[in-house]
Write a protein that binds this ligand. Structure first.
Ligand SMILES: *[C@@H]1O[C@H](CO)[C@@H](O)[C@H](O)[C@H]1NC(C)=O
Ligand SMILES: *[C@@H]1O[C@H](CO)[C@@H](O)[C@H](O)[C@H]1NC(C)=O
Ligand SMILES: *[C@@H]1O[C@H](CO)[C@@H](O)[C@H](O)[C@H]1NC(C)=O
Ligand SMILES: *[C@@H]1O[C@H](CO)[C@@H](O)[C@H](O)[C@H]1NC(C)=O
Ligand SMILES: *[C@@H]1O[C@H](CO)[C@@H](O)[C@H](O)[C@H]1NC(C)=O
Length: 349
C-alpha cells in the first residue's frame, strides 16, 4: 500500500491546486456540459472488477463498439476531470479498494455503483447511503442497465426451418455446481425428477463439464433447467441467455416471476415453472412436448425475428455509460442504496 499512497499524495498535490486554479471545481465549467452533444464524456473506472484488467489503448469505445465521444480510463489521475467515476461493488465489499471519500468531488461528477450480483450477494450496502449518483447493474430500472443478455430485432427475417428436436438424447438436463438443499431450485429439481428423468452435470454430482463441452451437451437435451441461484427482479443470467439459447435446448426457467421473463425474453421461447399447478403436471407436459415435433419447434420460431445480444466485456458495459450520459438526471443521489438494491416495490413487470 505504500506505493499507491505516494501516488495519491502526488495526485492531490498536483491536481487539486490545478483544479481550483482553472476553475474545474467552480461552475465556470458548466456551460460545456450543456453546449454541445459531441462533448467527450470521461469515465474513470476506479478499479477493475475481479482485478482483471483489459486494454484501454486508443479510443476503445469507438474502436470496439462504435460509441463516440467516450473516454474510458483507469488511471486515477483523471479523477479531477472525470464525468463519471465507477466503483465495482465487490472490491469495495472485500476491502481491496476504498472509496476516495477524503478528496473533494467535482460538483458535476457522478459516482456510479456497479454490480452484476443478485441483492443477496452484494454485501452490506447500508454504509453507502448518500454516496452514489447512479447505478450500473442488470436491472432495467438502473441508470445504466447492463443485463446479462437482451433481445434485438433482426433486420431481415431469418429463415429458420431446422428441426430442433434432432440429436436429442436426454429429456431434461441440469448443470449445477453449488447445490444447496434449501434453494428453491433444489426443491423444484427434486420434485421434478419424481416424474421425469433429469440428467445432472456439474461439480455437485462430480460429473463436471469442461467449458468446451457445455453448449454441445446442452444441445443434446430437449429441456435445460435455467434455474437462477437467487430469485430477484430482472436477475436473469447467462443460464438463459447463453446456456439455453445458444445451446439450443428449450429453457425451463426459475427466477423472477413469469411477467418479468415475458418483458425481456423472446416470446414463446421458454417454459416458466409457475405456469403449472404442480411439477408433476409440468413433467407430463415436457414429455408430451418432446414427442410432438411441431409443438416443440414452435418454441424456437422466435429466432426468425429476434436475436440475443449478450454483454461479456466490462469495457462494453462501461462504454454504455456514455450512450446514456446525456439522458441522465443532472443531479441525483441514492440516499439509501441498500433499499434501492433490495426493493421489490418498484417491480415494474
Ligand atoms: C486519502 O485516503 C487515502 C487512502 O485511504 C490515503 O492514501 C490518502 O493519503 C488520503 N488523502 C488525504 C488528502 O487525506
Ligand atoms: C475528444 O477526445 C478525442 C480523442 O481523445 C479528441 O481527439 C478530441 O479532441 C476530444 N474532443 C473534445 C471536444 O474535447
Ligand atoms: C446431429 O449430430 C450429427 C452427429 O454428431 C451431426 O453431424 C449433425 O450436424 C447434427 N445435426 C444437427 C441439426 O445438429
Ligand atoms: C452526487 O452525490 C453527492 C453525495 O450525495 C452529492 O453531494 C452530489 O451533489 C451529487 N452529484 C450529482 C452530479 O448528482
Ligand atoms: C422481495 O421478495 C422476495 C421474494 O418474494 C422476499 O423474500 C423478500 O423478503 C422481499 N424483499 C422486500 C424488501 O420486500
Amino acid at each position: 500500500y505504500s506505493h499507491p499512497s505516494v501516488c495519491w499524495r502526488l495526485v492531490i498535490l498536483c491536481f487539486l491546486p490545478l483544479c481550483l486554479f482553472s476553475g474545474w471545481l467552480s461552475s465556470s465549467v458548466k456551460p460545456l456540459h450543456h453546449d454541445s452533444r459531441s462533448r467527450n464524456v470521461t469515465v474513470l473506472l476506479w478499479h477493475w472488477p475481479f482485478s482483471r484488467s483489459f486494454s484501454l489503448k486508443g479510443d476503445v469505445c469507438w474502436d470496439l463498439y462504435r460509441i463516440p465521444h467516450c473516454i474510458l480510463v483507469d488511471e486515477r489521475s483523471y479523477f479531477p476531470s472525470a464525468d463519471v467515476v465507477v466503483f465495482h461493488n465487490r472490491e469495495l465489499q472485500v476491502g481491496l479498494h476504498k472509496l476516495p471519500t477524503n478528496i473533494s468531488r467535482p460538483s458535476s461528477q457522478k459516482w456510479a455503483w456497479m454490480s452484476l450480483e443478485a441483492p443477496s450477494h452484494n454485501g452490506n450496502l447500508h454504509k453507502y447511503a448518500d454516496i452514489f449518483n447512479m447505478t450500473i447493474t442488470y436491472r432495467r430500472d438502473a441508470d445504466v442497465s447492463i443485463p446479462y443478455g437482451m433481445l434485438l430485432r433482426r433486420e431481415a427475417e431469418e429463415h429458420v426451418n431446422e428441426d430442433n428436436s434432432v440429436n436429442k438424447s436426454s429429456l431434461v438436463c441440469w448443470v449445477i455446481s453449488n447445490y444447496k438443499s434449501h434453494h428453491k431450485r433444489s426443491q423444484v429439481y427434486n420434485n421434478l425428477r419424481a416424474s421425469v428423468p433429469v440428467v445432472v452435470y456439474g461439480r455437485w454430482t462430480k460429473n463436471r463439464l469442461p467449458s468446451s463441452e457445455l453448449l454441445p451437451t446442452i444441445s443434446r437435451c430437449y429441456f435445460y433447467l435455467a434455474f437462477e441461484n437467487s430469485l430477484a427482479k430482472d436477475y436473469i443470467t447467462e443460464k438463459l441467455w447463453r446456456n439455453a439459447y445458444e445451446g439450443g435446448a428449450l429453457p425451463i426457467v426459475l427466477g423472477p416471476p413469469l411477467g418479468n421473463y415475458k418483458a425481456v425474453a423472446p416470446p414463446h421461447s421458454f417454459i416458466h415453472v409457475d405456469e403449472f399447478a404442480s411439477l408433476n403436471e409440468m413433467g407430463k407436459y415436457l414429455q408430451q412436448l418432446a414427442e410432438d415435433k411441431k409443438r416443440y419447434n414452435e418454441y424456437f420460431t422466435w429466432k426468425k425475428q429476434w436475436k440475443v445480444k449478450r454483454y461479456t466485456d466490462w469495457r462494453e458495459r462501461l462504454c454504455n455509460i456514455c450512450s446514456k450520459y446525456n439522458s441522465l438526471p443532472k443531479h441525483k443521489v441514492y440516499s439509501d442504496l441498500d433499499a434501492w438494491v433490495n426493493a421489490n416495490t418498484s417491480l415494474n413487470i
